[in-house]
Design a protein around this ligand. Structure first.
Ligand SMILES: [Mg+2]
Length: 379
């Protein structure tokens, strides 16, 4: 092995940041910083959201570091398998181990690209399409439906191809609780955005629909042309989803809470998911996302990056969405906060509604280390 590729340091860096799309609430993630013998640095992220999970992931990353130091940074698959083996007990079915593997794996792909002088997109095989349409990822937060429709239309007027709106979130929107209000919301947003824009509805954890409610709402949204309905029955209700699928034609989205390829295969096998959410910061990194997205392509499903944390998962989602045949849109938060806008020099964005191609080696981003220190989660 060339010493150039030898890993000499693995650091877990828990951070916390305000998220404007989620009512400026603080979210936390664990960043991973891997240093190579030649001084190259790779960045990854465990998309943990909650401080207790962030700190637990940090401990796992630090524990796994012993297995990685001295290894060849180009051997992403071999290291990924080694980490899976190491966590055979605490990673079965998965959970926190998948967060740790995700952060390490993303950082390894980044440093591999920097060592080889290639982008992660190139390493994944390059773009498989000419354009990657971007959609807005938003939460409904206001009491006035007219105001929410107007706000969403202002975002999509920049060229974004549509908007996915989270129901049941903080604020006064009260979406997902009342049939008439939900339908008025969908009608007004679709009218305000104008033709050729899509609306996707994403149920939140505060909404609880039984199967009859889900079928009724899905039929109403289908009639209005809603492009997909996300997590109407949560993440794990195969029986409910079978009933919903049999009763409606709307496209059903879920999967972002799966931890690994096995979990994604399990939901694909139910035959009830059309759009499979995948988060590289959770589903065992770029390596895990790629394997899961390939399964989606094989089974004619759409894969959709759950791009809702920092610019590091943003850059990984960008490279993956350009290179995976199952991905055909990418969600962006039109209201970027410091974790997306300031953390890196080249945050993912769009031009006239199309996601930019990454530029540069690895993930194509330089991380602002002073900001990482300033965002450090107090232990
Ligand atoms: Mg979602």
């Amino acid at each position: 092995m060339s010493d150039m590729s030898r890993i000499v340091k693995v650091e877990a860096l828990p951070i916390s940041y305000p998220e404007p799309t989620d009512h400026h609430r603080f979210r936390s993630v664990c960043l991973v910083r891997i240093t190579g013998e030649d001084g190259h640095v790779g960045w990854g992220e465990c998309c943990t959201y909650f401080p207790e999970a962030t700190l637990a992931a940090a401990k796992l990353v630090e524990g796994m570091a012993a297995l990685i130091i001295g290894a060849n940074a180009l051997h992403t698959e071999a290291i990924w398998l080694k980490l899976k083996e190491q966590s055979w007990w605490y990673g079965t079915g998965s959970g926190l181990a998948s967060f740790a593997i995700s952060g390490i794996d993303i950082a390894l792909w980044d440093i591999k690209g920097k060592i080889l002088g290639a982008s992660v997109l190139d390493l994944l095989g390059g773009p498989v399409r000419d354009h990657l349409p971007a959609i807005a990822s938003l939460h409904g937060t206001k009491a006035s439906i007219d105001e929410m429709a107007e706000d969403i239309a202002i975002h999509t007027a920049t060229g974004l191809h549509g908007a996915k709106v989270g129901f049941g979130k903080a604020g006064n929107a009260r979406l997902g609780f009342d049939r008439a209000r939900d339908i008025e919301f969908a009608e007004k947003v679709i009218a305000a955005m104008g033709p050729d824009k899509s609306l996707m509805v994403d149920l939140g954890v505060k909404n609880f629909w039984d199967i009859a409610t889900a079928i009724d709402r899905a039929r109403a949204f289908e009639e209005l042309g809603v492009a997909w309905l996300e997590e109407p029955l949560g993440h794990d209700d195969p029986e409910g989803y079978r009933a919903l699928r049999a009763a409606t034609g709307i496209r059903i989205a879920y999967g972002e809470r799966e931890w690994n390829t096995r979990g994604v295969l399990r939901i694909l096998e139910t035959g009830t998911v059309d759009v499979v959410g995948l988060d590289p910061g959770r589903v065992e990194g770029i390596t895990g996302f790629r394997k899961a997205a390939d399964l989606c392509a094989l089974t004619r499903r759409q894969a959709n990056a759950h791009n809702f944390s920092t610019a590091i998962v943003g850059a990984a989602s960008q490279a993956l969405s350009w290179s995976c045949p199952a991905c055909n849109v990418l969600e962006l938060q039109p209201v970027y906060g410091p974790a997306q806008r300031d953390l890196v020099d080249r945050p993912i964005w769009h031009k006239a509604g199309n996601v930019n191609l990454p530029d540069g080696c690895g993930l194509g981003i330089e991380v602002d280390e002073a900001l990482v220190r300033a965002m450090r989660l107090d232990v």
